[in-house]
Design a binder for this molecule. Structure first.
Ligand SMILES: [Zn+2]
Ligand SMILES: [Zn+2]
Length: 342
């Protein structure tokens, strides 16, 4: 069977790999969908010289969705044909973090599928049975893939901000995570101000429920957010970019007593803590993906509340078109991009 690999310098190559049957505690998934997430891009763009030898490369894709094709020994609760999403981390299953379902925060050690283990961009995928979360009735495979990292991350970040219909939420960055946050915050009744530099993505943000959009390539986002909020700032702000200057805007656009949620990863940012945070009585949150149960939770919300996933997911490609999928995604003229398998 074939798996896709990032072999360096933004190249995706199809390479034949062995199809291995499940060992004890494992299931083999026949893959149906595997999302393209912004956090793949660092590895996608890595120079060829930084790549390990081919036998040590791992299949990317950390939003895997499939149907159980084979069940290994000592697996309970899963049968051939079950439709599942994969919570793409392993943990020791014994420590206090694993017991809460946050295996990515395991205090002993953890693996990440699509990075330290083979991920979803392949025809079949071997996974521990405990990482499989049943897909709710009515959820399609591509929406399930989106929920499995980017959209799920946005859902749980918005949940922690906990906006009401009285609140304005300013969301910085309208890539797939920011767009998902816009969609969920709008569904919760909040007034959403979406910020990005891409007219395409700002247009999509409007379709997903943003009340106002700001092109920060030509406008001062903080100033416009203040103008739109009687000079006071937004009750909640969220940064999905990880860019230091944007994080500062997210903090400075928050109202006194407001909440700020950091989701975009990487980089270092410097704040004047007294002036920017303490004297504004801000609550600063960091939000990193979600627990095993949290994956089921976002999937149920999407189905029960009819989240407009068809607007969020703008592009699907066959597995063999993975190169085109990444090239299209990095153009910036997309919402969520998903690979699908027949
Ligand atoms: Zn653990
Ligand atoms: Zn991701």
């Amino acid at each position: 069977m074939q798996g896709m690999f990032f072999t360096g310098n933004s190249v995706v190559e199809a390479i034949n790999i062995d199809k291995v049957g499940p060992a004890s505690g494992e299931v083999l998934l026949e893959m149906k969908a595997s999302g393209v997430c912004g956090s793949d891009l660092k590895n996608f763009r890595a120079p060829k010289s930084d790549k390990p030898k081919q036998s040590d490369l791992k299949v990317p894709g950390h939003e895997p969705v499939g149907v159980v094709a084979e069940v290994g020994p000592n697996v309970g609760g899963l049968s051939v044909g079950d439709r599942v999403m994969m919570h793409h981390y392993t943990g020791c299953l014994q420590c206090s973090m694993c017991l809460t379902g946050y295996t990515q925060m395991c205090l002993v050690s953890h693996e990440v599928y699509g990075s330290t283990e083979h991920g979803g961009h392949q025809e079949y995928m071997l996974v521990p049975a405990y990482t499989c979360i049943p897909m709710p009735e009515g959820l399609d495979f591509v929406s399930a893939a989106a929920c499995s990292c980017g959209t799920g991350t946005a859902f749980h970040a918005v949940k922690r901000l906990n906006p009401t219909g009285l609140d304005t939420v300013a969301i910085f960055g309208q890539g797939p995570v920011g767009l998902s946050a816009t969609m969920f915050a709008a569904q919760l009744g909040a007034r959403v101000i979406a910020v990005d530099i891409s007219p395409y993505r700002l247009n999509l943000a409007k379709e997903l429920g943003a009340s106002e959009v700001i092109d920060s390539s030509s406008h001062d986002a903080e100033q416009i957010i203040r103008e739109l909020t009687s000079g006071e700032g937004a009750e909640c702000t969220l940064d999905a970019t990880g860019i230091p200057e944007v994080r500062i805007q997210a903090v400075d656009s928050a109202k006194y007593w407001g909440k700020v949620c950091f989701v975009g990863e990487g980089n270092t940012t410097t704040f004047d803590v007294s002036a920017q945070i303490i004297h504004k009585q801000l609550t600063i949150l960091g939000s990193w993906t979600f627990s095993q149960a949290g994956l089921g939770e976002v999937a149920n919300f999407v189905i029960q509340r009819q989240s407009p996933m068809d607007k969020l997911i703008t592009h699907t490609f066959q597995l063999k078109e993975a190169q085109k999928a990444y090239d299209t995604f990095i153009s910036g003229e997309t919402g969520k991009v998903i690979l699908t398998m027949n």
